[in-house]
Design a protein around this ligand. Sequence first.
Ligand SMILES: Nc1ncnc2c1ncn2[C@@H]1O[C@H](COP(=O)(O)OP(=O)(O)OP(=O)(O)O)[C@@H](O)[C@H]1O
Ligand SMILES: [Mg+2]
Length: 337
Amino acid sequence: MPSASRSVAQLAGTTISLRPSQNFVETPAVQDLRNRALGYLRAGFPVHFRGPAGSGKTTLACHVAAQLGRPVVFLTGDDEMTTSNLVGGQFGYQYRKVVDRFIHTVTKYEEDATRNWSDHRLTTACREGHTLIYDEFTRSRPEANNILLGVLEERLLVLPAANRNESYVRVHPDFRAIFTSNPQEYSGVHDAQDALSDRMVMIDVDDLDRETELAITAARSGLHQSQVERIVDLVRNYRASGEYDQAPTLRGSIMIARIVAGQNLRVSSDDPRFVQTCLDLLGARASFNSRSKDDRLQQRKMLLSLIDHHCGARRNKADDDGGQPRAGGELTQSAAE
Ligand SMILES: Nc1ncnc2c1ncn2[C@@H]1O[C@H](COP(=O)(O)OP(=O)(O)OP(=O)(O)O)[C@@H](O)[C@H]1O
Ligand SMILES: [Mg+2]
């Protein structure tokens, strides 16, 4: 979940107030993403952060929303999401009973029940001018998201006929929307409608630079810089090898680093627990079904040689000498073999 700190829920749990988090790492690359997004949002356009799993989309969306300084409404896309889940509906009954004894010999009863309309998160955000974060919005079916077309373009939220008191809500001028999606995800996602995508400014957050991955992994784990460098270089080099079905992400680096910190492991190919952790976290990125046993063994060998290259005696010596094994720590797969 987001790193921007969350505090008291307001409006019956509909909104959260986000403050910029101390733990949020801002390298020049992250600042560039943040500034571009804030510029578009302040100009009144919705922003869409698009990137693979673990690339920092949700964290960035929360950070940017915190900078806007408005309460935040957070939604997560879901195949089960309906327009009514987004907008609201008739929920519960209000009963009215009148007992009339105006004439003492006659008792008149009148009873009726009316259904209550209840705003849901999108309606609340539009009415109150909150910032909407719609995380993984392509997980919802396009027909559920259609309601956003009018909100983003005409700034009008059309309420379903069931709400007899009001037909539409004019979108508050402070309302802003930030979307995230993962274009590589293929299970449980839908294509974003062209019409919806066309209303947003798309910002890709895939290729994080080494400096950013190092800074985030160090901040999230508390490990020493030289240990973080070995882990991040190992993960980045494995990513560059293409020998996986699911790319190892920044989250992978953070997880390894946190396990190392939590279990006091040595970031070294001499520490079997460290090696096993890397194999468990990175080796599992090769799909079991799509690869033969030989392929998987080959992939494991390649991973072991990368671990040895980045965390073996050679790297330890380079670090002890105060040197770097290569410019930027990046290696090609063939160099690692
Ligand atoms: N700028 C940053 N500062 C500190 N931590 C960060 C930053 N960016 C990302 N992270 C951390 O990296 C990890 C992955 O980030 P996040 O969950 O935002 O990725 P995501 O792209 O939303 O992934 P998913 O698609 O799986 O939801 C999290 O642990 C997050 O706290
Ligand atoms: Mg996310």
